[in-house]
Design a protein around this ligand. Structure first.
Ligand SMILES: [Zn+2]
Length: 66
């Protein structure tokens, strides 16, 4: 996994529970057209996931057959 594969890593994401900025995600899970980030707050130990969706690499689905 390289940085180019996942794009820019978000930083200083506020904790969903207490609002403390988290420097960087604990875990990054690249997917198709999206990346999942697992954040762990070191202030309150809360864990949450955020998903980034990339428009430029969005998959185009063919129209459904009638
Ligand atoms: Zn927190």
């Amino acid at each position: 996994m390289t940085r180019a594969d996942i794009g820019d890593i978000p930083t200083q994401n506020p904790c969903a529970q207490c609002g403390t900025p988290i420097a960087q995600p604990d875990w990054i899970e690249p997917g198709e057209g999206r990346v999942s980030y697992l954040w762990t707050c070191h202030a309150c130990n809360y864990r949450f996931e955020a998903i980034a969706i990339f428009d430029e690499s969005a998959v185009e689905y063919p129209p459904l057959a009638a």
